[in-house]
Design a protein around this ligand. Structure first.
Ligand code: NAI
Length: 790
């Protein structure tokens, strides 16, 4: 065939990558790998190994150790022992190790890329040009943070020993996302790679040894879900970081609820890929190739739901089908291949099952006429059209090369469809109009939005989800918060357990005596649904008044009111600041009477102090309200990434029993300053504070529904708050049991929960009770990537 003819047909010959180096490496290890613990290869205690296969041939590559609870224990002990050495190093010394790892990864990049491709089945073009360069970039970026740790994160300390569990879709990249920030902040690590793809983690272990990383700082234990489970349950682990399926994320939340381990979860997604009629359609089609066929669609943020404006649906579908027909499916080591192998037989079967179910539910299935290799695990690029928004293929993560297409008419409808899942990981918006694109981006419930682009990642830009896509961010400054905590917090004493019903409280039926306080919902005083009140008595036993006993229905009404108050999030930050200043002014004016009433419950000195510090705290958060600025990142592409700090939404707050006024403000103010609406359960010792609070709010222009107050028994109301699907987050202050309950009760909806882990916070102490730690928990970061420059 002449060159001209070849050019016309655009046929490629095979262009195989030479795997020799990687195979030699495997042979050097006799194709059998033990765990990497305390800097040495340690045979599994139970002597069990399992095979890892090459999914493009279905053949065995090597054997790896099956980790048991004993192996996990040895690794955790090694990490604990190494903590002292690692933390005794200066940040600069740790920065040098991270830098050394980055360099070592670059030096061995091709071997790592080939190994990744053999073990995972992804095209070499991707592992070579995307995965491994990003791995190196992550270590460079975090070498920088390690160097700057003391100046940029003063008075913070590492969590300690971190257990990290990663999936198989980006094996080495996920390892880098986990290990680099953990080490940069002074933690030590036990990492469990996915059972299908353990090899690059083991190669990385060797690199750690080569750069002389102190023994035990990084430990790798291989195995399946049971090994991961042993890690999540190990009492010696201070924090778990997990990426994987939402189902396992739930199991981990359940397993860690009562152990007070910190937890970050990066879970699944069903990300929308929205194309408006004014988009550059050819560009959008190329974007789609990247969005859903990159890594065979086994990407948590894959653009798996195509939302097309109705007017262009036909034209776009034709262009898409034409492009799909040119995708090359085949041996992943071939440099000209676009789509490689599916990681494992169970995943292939799952994809097939879901596609068949989608078709049974009415979708039309289209696949190009590509010939799949005769062996190995392959699946054709697939387009499902006419998909009903409620169909399983529009709602569930397929995690394969399958695109589910739907249409919309207006931007409003596009946003509604886009947000119509339980997930909120990523989104892609295509329009030549910057107004349309950014208007839509702002309304999407997603941690990352790519405008006229897709699947862009950088270590400087935080990545992570909203809603059931998880919580916590990886990358960026915000990613470091996951591995740090205030130095004083670890040393805080446990909060004394107290019964939810005080001895001096007695239940009585209405009608009440003179000083009766009501609930405060939607800016109005409301009677409790139960019709019950509690007598509240002071220190000397004197009856101070009656407080309503809120129940499930009251909480439901309060959540509804908080939802309706969403204009608070959209109002200007200046307005929010003004309202907070105004509350301070009104509280200050009434300080005498409020303090006198509070004194009957907490004593004169504390009451005066609480009012004074509450006014100060109001000033603090009024000051912060217009300074929640995000950032503009400059990733190494022709893009900027706008990191917006967005409110969480509607947040439940269980306030401390002690310091009824100051404790309430300490938790509620950072939330409303950031634009959230709140449903608060006030101090159970002195819920009568509610009456003073709403009188101040009512005179301070705080819009109705921004703060709702439902007095009642914390342990009862906690359950309602935690299980409420329409509440985005929960801040729970209480003893160890209450905090564990907050996490365990919200396993179903994977709500973001922040607690004091049963420790006592001194709300009279500024360093402990206000500032960045609270603010960081009051918002979530959305990164909007926008093409920029030449
Ligand atoms: P998975 O969530 O079971 O596996 C992820 C990691 O968790 C692996 O290292 C696994 O060994 C570990 N693991 C499993 N059970 C565990 C437990 N009880 N405790 C602690 N660790 C445990 O994911 P799987 O089964 O491999 O894939 C199933 C589906 O999950 C996929 O089809 C896809 O929809 C989704 N998924 C999402 C990922 C993401 O990045 N969001 C990554 C991998 C899978």
């Amino acid at each position: 065939m002449s060159v001209i003819e070849k050019f016309r047909t655009m046929d490629y010959g095979p262009a195989p990558e030479d795997p020799k180096e990687s195979l030699l490496w495997l042979d050097r290890h006799k194709r059998r790998f033990s765990h990497f613990i305390a800097g040495d290869w340690k045979a599994p205690a139970e002597g069990k190994f399992f095979d890892t296969i090459d999914p493009s041939t279905d053949e065995k590559i090597a054997e790896v150790a099956q980790g048991s609870a004993t192996d996990v224990d040895a690794a955790v002990k090694a990490a604990r022992a190494a903590l002292k050495t690692w933390q005794a190093l200066t940040p600069h010394a740790r920065a040098r190790f991270l830098y050394a790892l980055a360099r070592q990864i670059q030096k061995h990049s091709r071997r790592l890329a080939v190994l990744e491709t053999i073990d995972n089945g992804k095209p070499i073009r991707e592992s070579r040009d995307i995965d491994i360069p990003l791995v190196a970039r992550h270590f460079y970026y975090h070498a920088g943070w390690a160097q700057l740790l003391e100046t940029e994160f003063p008075a913070q300390q590492a969590c300690g020993v971190v257990g990290q569990i990663i999936p198989w879709n980006f094996p080495l990249l996920m390892l880098a996302w986990k290990i680099a920030p953990a080490l940069a902040t002074g933690n030590t690590v036990v990492l469990k790679p996915a059972e299908y793809t353990p090899l690059t983690a083991l190669a990385f272990a060797e690199l750690c040894d080569e750069v002389g990383l102190p023994k035990g700082v990084v430990n790798i234990v291989t195995g399946d879900g049971s090994t991961g489970e042993a890690l999540t349950k190990h009492p010696g682990v201070d924090k778990i970081a997990f990426t994987g399926s939402t189902e396992v994320g739930r199991a981990i939340r359940r397993a860690t609820a009562s152990s007070h381990k910190r937890l970050s979860l990066e879970l699944g997604g069903k990300s929308p890929f929205i194309i408006f009629e004014d988009a550059d359609l050819d560009g959008a089609v190329e974007g789609l190739v990247d969005g859903i066929w990159f890594n065979q669609g086994q990407v948590c943020c894959a653009g798996s739901r195509l939302l097309m404006q109705e007017s262009i649906a036909e034209k776009l579908t034709k262009k898409l089908q034409a492009r799909m027909s040119t995708l090359r499916v085949g041996a992943p080591l071939d440099k000209a291949v676009d789509i490689g192998a599916i990681v494992a037989r169970v995943q292939l079967d799952r994809i097939d099952r879901l596609v068949k179910q989608g078709v049974a539910e009415g979708a039309t299935c289209w696949q190009p006429e590509v010939v799949l290799p005769s062996r190995g695990l392959f699946y054709k690029p697939t387009l499902l059209s006419n998909v009903h928004p409620a169909s399983i293929v529009a709602q569930q993560e397929i995690f394969g090369p399958v695109l589910a297409a739907m249409t919309f008419r207006t931007p409003k409808e596009a946003v509604e469809l886009a947000n119509n899942t339980v997930y909120g990981l990523a989104a892609s918006v295509w329009s030549e109009s910057v107004n349309v694109a950014l208007h839509v981006a702002a309304q999407l419930k997603a941690g990352v939005v790519w405008v006229n682009s897709t699947n862009l990642f950088d270590a400087a830009c935080g990545f992570g989800g909203y809603r059931e896509s998880g919580f916590g961010r990886e990358g960026g400054r915000e990613g470091l918060h996951e591995y740090l905590e205030p130095s004083w917090f670890r040393k805080a004493p446990p909060l004394r357990a107290k019964s939810s019903k005080r001895a001096d409280q007695a239940e009585v039926a209405n009608p009440a005596i003179d000083r009766t306080v009501k609930l405060y919902i939607g800016g109005k005083q409301a009677r409790p649904d139960s019709g019950y009140s509690l007598e509240i008595r002071g220190k000397n036993g004197k009856l101070l008044g009656e407080s309503p006993l809120g129940n499930r229905k009251d909480i439901r009404n309060a959540v509804e009111a908080a939802r309706k108050a969403d204009s608070w999030a959209r109002t200007t930050a200046h307005n929010r600041a003004q309202v907070l200043f105004y509350i301070a002014e009104n509280l200050s004016q009434r300080s005498g009477e409020i303090s006198a009433r509070l004194a009957a419950a907490v004593g004169k000195r504390q009451a005066a102090q609480e009012v004074k510090l509450s006014v100060e705290r109001l000033f603090t958060y009024a000051a912060w309200a217009d300074k929640f600025d995000g950032a503009v990142h400059n990733p190494p592409f022709r893009n900027i990434s706008i990191a917006m700090n967005e409110p969480l939404g509607a947040v439940g707050v269980l306030c401390p029993a002690k310091a009824p006024l100051l404790g309430f403000f300490s938790l509620v103010l950072p939330l409303i300053a950031a634009g959230n609406a709140v449903v608060a359960v006030p101090s159970e010792t002195y819920p009568l504070v509610t009456g003073d609070l709403y009188q101040v709010f009512e005179t301070s222009d705080l819009p109705g529904g921004v703060v709702n107050i439902v007095p009642g028994r914390p342990s009862e109301l906690l359950k309602v708050l935690a299980e409420h699907d329409d509440l985005d987050a929960l801040w729970c202050y209480g003893d160890a049991e209450l905090c564990a309950g907050a996490k365990a009760l919200s396993v179903g909806n994977l709500k973001q929960v922040w607690t004091n882990e049963g420790r006592e916070i001194d709300f009279f102490h500024r360093q402990q009770a206000e500032g960045p730690w609270y603010i960081e928990h009051a918002y979530q970061v959305k990164n909007i990537w926008v093409p920029y420059g030449e």
